[in-house]
Design a protein around this ligand. Sequence first.
Ligand code: DGI
Ligand code: FE
Ligand code: FE
Length: 192
Amino acid sequence: MQLNREQLMEAVKAEMPERRWIHTLGVMETAVKLAERYGEDPARAELAAILHDVAKYWPTDRMERVIREEQLPEELLQYDKELWHAPVGAVEAERTYGVTDQEVLDAVRYHTSGRAGMTKLERIVCLADYMEPGRDFPGVDTIRELSVKSLDKALIAGLDSTITFLIAKGKRIFPLTMQARNDLIERSKTID
Ligand code: DGI
Ligand code: FE
Ligand code: FE
């Protein structure tokens, strides 16, 4: 299915409640600004942002089926279900919405967990998800301030807030999240 920008937005909007669509609009706007600031293609950042939460409201069993059938890492099934919509959304973006740009698909795939060696596009979408205007959690203003100076430092602060939240709740942490943080800390020593 080849959709133009407006048709794609309508289709994705229909997959979620109003408040989640407003969040998606915020992620789009923020991702475009970050792309302009950090020299990434704003159109690709926007496309990934439109699709990033497309599978957020799928029933658990539907997500689980996609994880098994599409040979996504089954390890996901041992961690919080909140992680699943990202890789499942990447499959949906390709299969249903015809996205072929692998970097866009990976930006959707890793927007929740992160991973080591995140591309600039992946970092932008993950950070935009943390700091879009509708987000309100302790530390979000620090993340927004850091985002003006350093994509990586802002993203580390975002991951820190998630990891701290998961620890406070006594939850497990998906290994890719720890790997993303470790890698960004290592890289931010040399590149800004
Ligand atoms: O989908 P959103 O609500 O916009 O945001 P998101 O895709 O970043 O996902 C959200 C949730 O996933 C977040 O509230 C924390 C939860 N989560 C559970 N386990 C993990 C995790 N997030 C990360 N990064 N790593 C985990 O291990
Ligand atoms: Fe998400
Ligand atoms: Fe989101």
